[in-house]
Design a protein around this ligand. Structure first.
Ligand SMILES: Cc1ncc(COP(=O)(O)O)c(C=O)c1O
Length: 436
């Protein structure tokens, strides 16, 4: 093992040996190569004032070499801001800026010790860093039976975790009993990674405050029983909340720093929160009970995450990071974000209204509970979702997603409010075409 990895592991073990146990073999081997080209470049930058022939970029008159046809597209940005490499863990102003945004959105995190967010290539990047750091082949990952299919590809197929599922809904809310029962299967000393995603893809459901407390309590009780817990909170659609009784803060706030046997990971992204899907700016933040802010353990985890990034994509887009860092500093940021959330809420409420006004549609489908995010899901009573999807496409030029044989996902986020009634009438008509 590289001596830098040995050093990081020792720092982690000195503060909480369980964290070292939770790491995958790859996670244990990871380190940030701070003593190689990167540190020599940093030294050259500081001291090589006469000549700096250290970095793999090209300079001209003291600035990043560039083509006019590139820079003329980039408006306000200066060439260095736009074109040079970003550090592997991300640029400092963005990491600090996102931490401040998370504290603004999640006041309960004030005082909870966390790592600084590490910048990842979108939220998918955060999930793959988490999987690389914490999953060995054969480790168990517990998921709701309504989940995002990329979890299967990342945790199941890529990292060879054993995926276990619990039933998500009971009536109008979460099936908390199923969740508790699923956790009960794990014994003291066993390792379990749980993924929780609110607002949920595909259902568009966020736990109520009461349900959120119950979920957190069940997870903390498992840690208390001795199960070694990694809880990954996927906050992709955070902030798009359309009902007042739902949890207004991330579930991460209820877990961060709460138990020395529970590693809480917040995976979030500018992607959907800031409406910048293709910029690929995501974040991963770690927190475990009993470890102080600014502790060497968090620095070591950040270094390991940066090592994964360095060894796979090297670093994330500088230009994208600068754009988000500037947006976060803009005094209009929160107001503009709220205006878009309001627009999305109108669409969600329109879907509810249309469904409420058409009880005859219950013959073919009903909605799963939804109160947040981009999506809602229809539960089909008789017709196969894939057959319906294909029929909608071919006959009516209407695109939807079949998630399971019974579940059809509708992204109301992509529809203007006035398109919503016609789409649902079309879905009903398509069901009529296919079944009796
Ligand atoms: C639940 C969930 N998590 C993560 C992501 C990935 O986000 P990103 O585009 O930032 O990788 C998505 C995107 O569809 C998602 O639905």
């Amino acid at each position: 093992m590289n001596p830098l990895a040995v050093e990081l592991n020792a720092k982690i073990a000195a503060e909480n040996p369980l964290v070292l146990e939770l790491l995958s073999d790859l996670g244990k081997r990871m380190y940030f190569p701070s003593k190689g080209i990167l540190s020599q470049s940093a030294e050259a930058k500081a001291m090589g004032k006469r000549f700096n022939a250290s970095i793999g970029t090209a300079l001209e008159v003291g600035k990043a070499m560039h083509l006019g046809c590139v820079m003329q597209q980039l408006g306000e940005f200066n060439v260095d801001e736009a074109l040079l490499y970003a550090p592997s863990p991300g640029i400092a102003e963005l990491r600090q800026g996102w931490r401040q945004k998370n504290l603004h959105d999640n006041p309960d995190l004030q005082g909870a010790a966390c790592s600084l967010p590490v910048v990842t290539n979108g939220l998918s990047g955060a999930l793959s860093v988490a999987a690389d750091l914490f999953i060995n082949p054969g480790d168990t990952v517990l998921l709701a039976n309504m989940n995002w299919d990329n979890y299967h590809l990342n945790f199941g197929d890529r990292c060879q975790a054993k995926l276990e599922f619990y039933n998500y809904f009971a009536g109008n809310g979460l099936d908390l009993e199923a969740f508790r029962a699923a956790l009960q299967k794990y014994q003291a000393g066993e390792k379990l990674l749980v993924i929780l995603n609110f607002p949920n893809n595909p259902s568009g459901y966020t736990a109520t405050e009461e349900e959120g407390c119950a979920l957190a309590q069940a997870l903390l009780q498992s840690a208390e029983r001795g199960v070694n817990m990694v809880v990954l909170i996927d906050d992709a659609y955070f902030g798009l909340f359309y009902d007042s009784e739902i949890m207004q803060q991330s579930l991460f706030s209820k877990l961060a720093g709460k138990h020395p046997r529970l590693m809480a990971i917040k995976a979030d992204a500018a992607t959907k929160e800031v409406y910048v899907w293709g910029l690929r700016v995501g974040f991963i933040t770690f927190s475990i009970g009993g470890v102080a802010e600014n502790s060497p353990l968090y620095a070591a985890l950040e270094a390991k995450a940066a090592g994964i990034i360095r060894s796979t994509i090297s670093n994330c887009s500088m230009l994208s990071q600068k754009i988000i860092a500037c947006a976060l500093r803009d005094p209009e940021f929160y107001a503009q974000r709220a205006a878009k959330a309001e627009l999305m809420q109108k669409r969600a409420l329109k879907v509810r209204e249309v469904l409420r006004n058409n009880p005859t549609w219950l013959k073919h489908f009903e909605a799963y509970p939804f109160n947040s995010g981009y999506f809602m899901c229809l539960k089909l009573k008789k017709i196969d979702a894939e057959a319906l999807r294909v029929h909608l496409l071919k006959q009516y030029q209407a695109g939807t997603i079949s998630i399971t044989p019974t579940d059809l996902r509708i992204a109301f986020s992509c529809l203007e409010e006035n398109e919503i009634p016609a789409l649902f009438e079309t879905i009903y008509q398509a069901c009529e075409d296919l079944g009796s």
